[in-house]
Design a protein around this ligand. Structure first.
Ligand code: FAD
Length: 400
């Protein structure tokens, strides 16, 4: 029998690694452990909030991976034992490995905002894991009165999907523009700057009157007292640094850290998992590769495309090692699209290389950039099409 790889987490990083390991070397016995029967992608989940898509349209089963010969185990990993080289599940099973891939995504720091916890999040959703809460948030926006107010509480850096909260504001506005034109969406932010800020402000201005008296979207950053300290769910009131804010619908995106299993398995240093970026092998325990949001992959953002790119680098490195070869020099890619209106998309793209001396992933000069500020209406419209086709291609690449 060939070498065994056990994969923890059937999200972007885990699925991509599973598929590419099998494609690179079909002798490898690949087992993927994931508690959920299907994957609901966070990417494109903001479009569920505008009503442009259903939650079903972003939910995918694991049949494609099974066709590639990946064994799917429906269970949660409680801990990885690096001494015995075994993955241990809540169900009490043990899976021995020659190499382990861990891509559990993020977890929340629940103690950051007083009064907000996992139970409160059932009614005041974070919707930062796509699924039930995305649908709850959508329903709350639909049943909000005309002239109602939505507050989005943005998280501090680093967090998954840096442009996500700002795209979310636009997607909610896209719905309100047609159905509740007097609604207001306020973003309270503990930061003074955010991803693609110039492009967001321009798009919000054009589509939703940002910067005018009648703007549908308002943003309050750190300097303006945007950091939220506490919530009173019974009155739907937020206590921010300077003043109180009240709303009909509140969406709190808490501060983030690596997924629970990374902490249980001693893979973290601070909030995230340190890795050798040549191979994404853990700097704490050899033989375990940590990918995606849970890893510290600076300077790549925590995005689906980044996790997909890192998974291919890790898969190639694992296969090289099984065959007694040195891993090749990695390059990485990332593009993040944001859809601000039916015909208005923006993006940021980069191609990266590893600086081996500093173990920092640097973007290659001249390789990418932002969509131009002076793009034509046609270009903005085309970026929406690009975003949708990127989504289709990424899902196919990771699990199709
Ligand atoms: P995930 O995809 O989150 O997968 C983690 C998996 O691990 C899950 O299936 C989970 O159930 C499983 N798991 C966790 N713990 C265990 C355990 N103990 N045992 C077994 N399994 C476990 N990225 C983009 O590139 N483009 C976008 O447009 C974009 N839009 C986004 C919009 C929103 C609203 C959000 C929230 C995110 C968006 N992202 C986007 C970011 C993207 O979703 C993540 O960066 C990506 O999913 C990271 O992949 P991952 O493999 O690290 O984690």
């Amino acid at each position: 029998a060939g070498p065994k790889v056990v994969i923890v987490g059937g999200g972007v990083g885990g699925c991509t690694a599973a598929k590419y390991l099998r494609k690179l070397d079909p002798r490898i016995d690949v087992t993927l452990v994931e508690p959920k029967a299907a994957y609901t992608s966070c990417f494109m989940s903001n479009e569920v909030l505008s009503g442009d898509r259903t939650i079903e349209s972003i939910t995918f089963d694991y049949e494609g991976l099974k066709r590639h010969g990946v064994k799917i185990i429906s269970d949660r990993v409680s801990v990885i034992d690096p001494e015995k080289k075994q993955v241990v599940t809540d169900g009490g099973e043990r899976f021995p490995y020659d190499a382990c891939v861990v891509s559990p995504g993020v977890d929340f720091k629940w103690d950051a905002i007083e009064g907000y916890d996992a139970e409160v999040a059932e009614t005041i959703p974070h919707a930062w894991f796509a699924g039930k809460q995305t649908v709850t948030l959508r329903k709350q926006i639909e049943s909000m009165p005309e002239g109602g107010k939505v507050i989005i509480v943005a998280p501090p850096n680093p967090f998954k999907c840096p442009p996500g909260p700002y795209e979310r504001a636009a997607q909610i506005a896209m719905y309100c523009k047609h159905h509740k034109p007097k609604a207001k969406i306020l973003i309270l932010d503990p930061k003074d700057a955010f991803s693609k800020q110039g492009l967001f402000r321009q798009g919000w201005s054009k589509l939703y009157g940002f910067g005018t008296e009648n703007s549908m979207i308002e943003w309050v950053g750190a300097a303006g007292g945007g950091k939220v300290e506490a919530i009173d769910p019974s009155t739907m009131t937020l206590q921010a640094e300077i003043e109180e804010f009240q709303a009909d619908v509140i969406n709190i995106i808490p501060p983030q850290k690596a997924g629970k299993v990374a902490f249980a398995s001693d893979l973290v240093d601070g909030d995230w998992c340190p890795v050798d970026k040549m191979t994404f092998e853990s700097k704490r325990h050899p033989g375990i590769h940590v990918l995606g949001d849970a890893s510290n992959a600076a300077k790549m953002p925590k995005s689906a495309y980044a996790a997909n790119s890192q998974a291919k680098v890790a898969a190639a490195a694992i296969v090289a090692r099984f065959n007694g070869l040195e891993p090749g020099d990695p390059t990485f890619v990332n593009t993040c699209y944001s859809i601000l209106g039916e015909e208005h998309g923006i993006s940021v793209a980069a191609v990266y290389r590893l600086d081996k001396e500093t173990n920092v992933i640097e973007s290659i000069k001249g390789s990418g950039g932002l969509s131009p500020m002076d793009a034509s209406d046609e270009q903005r419209k085309r970026e929406v099409t690009y975003a949708h086709s990127w989504f289709k291609n990424l899902i196919h690449d990771m699990m199709g």
